[in-house]
Ligand binder design. Structure first.
Ligand code: BTN
Length: 265
C-alpha cells in the first residue's frame, strides 16, 4: 500500500474538481472518517474537504451497523460539504453519492456494478461498497453534510468476518487485478462533484432517474424493514423524492423513505 503522503499527491494529480478535494487529510488510523469530518464541520473546516484513512477502528455502516475496515488498502473516505439543502433534504446526498460511485466504478472497471437502494454498491449480488451520509445540525447554522464512502478494493477471505463471507466482494475479486486507492478515490470525487455542482433540482431528477435504472431491486420481489414493520412487495421504482415504491400483492402501493431492503425471490 503506498504511503499516505503519496496517496494525497496521487489523488490530487487526477482530480479535476473546483471544490471537492482541494484539501485532503490522510491518517493511518481513525475511529471513523465520518466522525472526524463531522467534527471538522463544527469547526467550519473548508467546504469539500476530504479525509481518508488506512484503517478505521470504529467504521460506521448504516442502521447502526459496523463497517468492516481492515488495514488492507480499501477505501475509507469522507467528504465534508455545506450544501444548499435543508436538513430534511440532506438524505438526497446518499443517492447522489451512490450515483457518482456507481458511474465512476463502472467507467474504470468496465464491470456491471449496480446500486441497491438506498446506499449499497453491488456486483452480481454481492456488496462492493456502501455510503453513509450524515448531517451535522447546529442551532442557527445551515446543516453540514458528510458523505462517507467505503469501497472494498481487496478483501482477504481468510480474515474476513464469517458474516460477510459470500455477501461481500472487492474490486480485486471482480476484476482479477489490483486497484490503486488514489485512482478510485479521484474518480469518485470527480464524478461526485460533477453531480453536486449542477443546478440542484435538475441534478436531483437525473440522480433519481439514474438510481432507478441501476437499482437491483427494480421489478423484483423485495422485503423492506422500516420503522418497526416488515413489508414484502414488488419494487416498482423510486418516486420523485427518491423513496422506494413497493406494490403489494393487494395492489396497494407503499413508499419507503428509508429502510433495510432485501430480495425476497
Ligand atoms: C453501509 O453500507 O452501511 C454504509 C457504509 C459506509 C462506510 C464508510 S467507510 C468511510 C466512512 N466512515 C465510516 O465510518 N463509514 C463510512
Amino acid at each position: 500500500m503506498p504511503k499516505l503522503a503519496e496517496l494525497k499527491k496521487d489523488i490530487q494529480k487526477e482530480l479535476q474538481t473546483k471544490l471537492i478535494g482541494q484539501e485532503i487529510h490522510t491518517f493511518p488510523e481513525l475511529p471513523s472518517t465520518n466522525t472526524w469530518a463531522l467534527e471538522q464541520g463544527k469547526a467550519n473546516a473548508v467546504d469539500g474537504c476530504v479525509v481518508i484513512c488506512d484503517h478505521q477502528s470504529a467504521g460506521k455502516g448504516r442502521l447502526g451497523r459496523e463497517w468492516y475496515s481492515p488495514n488492507g488498502g480499501n477505501l475509507y473516505m469522507s467528504i465534508l460539504l455545506y450544501p444548499d439543502l435543508a436538513a430534511n433534504e440532506i438524505y438526497r446526498l446518499t443517492l447522489l453519492a451512490g450515483a457518482a460511485c456507481c458511474e465512476a466504478l463502472k467507467n474504470i472497471t468496465g464491470k456491471k456494478i449496480h446500486l441497491k437502494w438506498p446506499n449499497d454498491l453491488h456486483y452480481e449480488g454481492r456488496k462492493l461498497g456502501g455510503i453513509l451520509c450524515e448531517a451535522g445540525l447546529q442551532q442557527g447554522q445551515a446543516p453540514t453534510a458528510v458523505i462517507g464512502i467505503g469501497i472494498n478494493l481487496d478483501l482477504d477471505p481468510e480474515t474476513m468476518p464469517p458474516e460477510l463471507q459470500g455477501l461481500a466482494t472487492s474490486l480485486k475479486e471482480i476484476t482479477g487485478q489490483e486497484w490503486q486507492r488514489s485512482r478510485i478515490a479521484a474518480a469518485i470525487l470527480n464524478h461526485l462533484e460533477n453531480w453536486y455542482l449542477r443546478p440542484k433540482e435538475e441534478a436531483w431528477r437525473e440522480v433519481i432517474e439514474y438510481c432507478d435504472e441501476q437499482n437491483i431491486l427494480t421489478n423484483r420481489k423485495v422485503t423492506v424493514k422500516s420503522a418497526g414493520e416488515t413489508v414484502t412487495g414488488t419494487a416498482t421504482g423510486l418516486n420523485p423524492a427518491g423513496h422506494l415504491i413497493l406494490t403489494l400483492e393487494s395492489g396497494e402501493q407503499r413508499t419507503f423513505s428509508e429502510g433495510d431492503a432485501s430480495l425476497a425471490d
